[in-house]
Design a protein around this ligand. Structure first.
Ligand SMILES: C[S@@+](CC[C@H](N)C(=O)[O-])C[C@H]1O[C@@H](n2cnc3c(N)ncnc32)[C@H](O)[C@@H]1O
Length: 469
């Protein structure tokens, strides 16, 4: 049944939610439409308010929850529903794992035409709260008002927190976040309180005025702490006041840094890093290996689960010590260094030059002598002459970004005919697309999803491919 509500939006009644879509929304059906419904869970029966309509599908939100799915639980975070961070907190962790497993399976069968009968069960994350080693907060003078803000009259509108989904200019003022362990929460709240009490100016994301812009907190598995404050302008007074406050109040910070970013966008990759106190890096540790992590370095954000992911990758690679391994999209060379002891030589390739510098340092500080690293776009670096120079790999490990591999890179892999490929992916849909191309010469022999990000729809997936006999 359908009707219109007071805003003249179409409402569909009694829609049974039967599946969960790629981006984590519940899926229901009317006679002529597939509905993607925010915060709906398989097993729910809901009245859906239609927010957007395309030819064959619609996007909507729950107007009334008629029957609650057995997978529903009360979200534990006060910011759930407004914050874009942990969209799946309203379902049990077991249900999250089930849906992640299903989403990988669906992508591989529907897009990749892969036989998933031997797919292994998803590896759950040991920690489901406080599992991130890095968080990035944004300052704004335009706080997003929520029902928690009952005292709207003469309220201070300065906020420090996360972007509200779909609103580039509105920031949710976060009072407690379950993603990163303390001192993350204490630090963020103290910084905001101090800045408000001292009338420091919060950034305006529309007209680019205001000084305080971002706060990045990294806590490593070794207990080291990096804090980066991003200011929009070199306002001596404000910079010094805030930095000296943080230094005095949080002596455990091993790396206290700041950046003056006068560009319109927030990325810090092209920015000068200023050291206020301590050194400009922290160490991560994994299986006795140390990894130097600078302010611009990529490091997997769930450190404990990254270790599990890398062990699965190494296990799939099945190394005996004699192999030449290519680690494509190597980042700071973490996987390359992690498997080096079990291989004859590892060649890492990565786009970002500073990450390649980190990768070399990471080999050096760990006494790893059998790695080589090269910077550049994969499709330009991985050429026939590169392979002729370094040798045909016995194993390729590939861990591309969400977009998957460029078709030229897939073509090169097909030409190279390495006996084994271990494909690590954070996007099963693009992985499945690449697997269809690789199917010309490769069989999928093992599949193992890994949950790196509890309470989100994101899932990592590791696939082992073997060259057809
Ligand atoms: C998912 S991360 C993997 C990082 C690394 N394997 C790890 O576990 O830490 C993907 C990496 O691919 C790199 N990258 C993205 N596009 C690339 C391209 N066209 N050529 C080479 N590397 C690229 C990114 O800079 C990033 O470091």
């Amino acid at each position: 049944m359908r009707r219109r509500n007071s805003q003249e939006r179409l409402v569909f009644n009694d829609i049974a939610i039967i599946d969960i879509a790629e981006e984590g929304k519940g899926v229901g059906k009317t006679d002529d439409l597939v509905l993607f419904v925010e915060k709906a869970i398989p097993g729910d029966v809901v009245d859906v308010e239609l927010m957007r309509k395309k030819k064959s599908f619609g996007e909507g939100r729950i107007q009334t929850l008629k029957k609650a799915s057995e997978y529903r639980v009360e979200p534990f975070c006060e910011h759930f529903g407004v914050c874009g961070g942990c969209k799946w907190q309203h379902m049990t962790y077991d249900a999250q794992l089930l849906f992640k497993q299903q989403s990988v399976e669906n992508a591989l069968t529907r897009i990749g035409k892969v036989d998933t009968s031997s797919m292994e069960p998803i590896l759950a994350s040991g920690q489901t709260e406080y599992y991130r080693n890095k968080l990035e907060y944004t300052f704004s003078n335009k706080k997003w008002l929520t029902t928690l803000d009952d005292n709207v009259e003469d309220m201070n509108m300065d906020a420090l927190g996360f972007h509200v989904p779909g609103r580039f200019d509105k920031i949710l003022n976060v009072s407690h976040c379950y993603l990163q362990e303390d001192p993350s929460n204490v630090l963020r709240n103290s910084v905001r309180e101090f800045a408000v009490a001292n009338a420091l100016s919060f950034y305006d994301l529309r007209d680019h005025s205001g000084v305080l812009r971002n706060l990045i907190i990294r806590i490593s598995s070794t207990g080291e702490l990096m804090v980066i404050v991003v200011f929009a302008y070199p306002e001596e007074g404000q910079v010094e006041l805030l930095m000296s406050f943080i230094k005095d109040k949080f002596p455990s910070i091993t790396s206290l840094l700041y950046i003056i970013n006068q560009k319109k966008n927030d990325t810090i990759f092209d920015q000068e890093i200023e050291i206020y106190n301590g050194r400009d890096f922290i160490y991560e540790e994994m299986e006795g290996l140390k990894f130097k992590v600078g302010p611009k370095s990529f490091y997997q954000t769930n450190s404990a689960q990254a270790y599990e992911l890398y062990k699965i990758t190494r296990d799939f690679a099945g190394l005996s010590g004699d192999e030449l391994v290519y680690d494509l999209y190597t980042g700071a060379g973490t996987i390359a260094n992690f498997v080096a002891k079990y291989a004859k030589e590892v060649i890492g390739v990565e786009y970002v030059p500073s990450a390649i510098e980190d990768a070399k340092i990471n080999s050096e500080i760990n006494g790893v002598k059998n790695t080589k690293f090269y910077a550049g776009d994969m499709k330009d670096v991985l050429t026939a002459s590169f392979i002729a120079k370094h040798g045909k790999p016995d194993v390729v490990i590939t861990d591309p970004p969400r977009a998957g591999m460029h078709t030229d890179v897939v073509a090169r892999l097909l030409e190279m005919e390495s006996p084994k490929i271990v494909y690590v992916s954070c996007n099963a849909a693009t992985q499945a697309r690449d697997l269809t191309l690789l199917a010309e010469k490769y069989d999928v022999v093992r599949i193992k999803p890994v949950d790196m990000f509890p309470h989100t729809q994101h899932v990592e997936n590791v696939v082992l491919l073997k060259l057809k006999g």
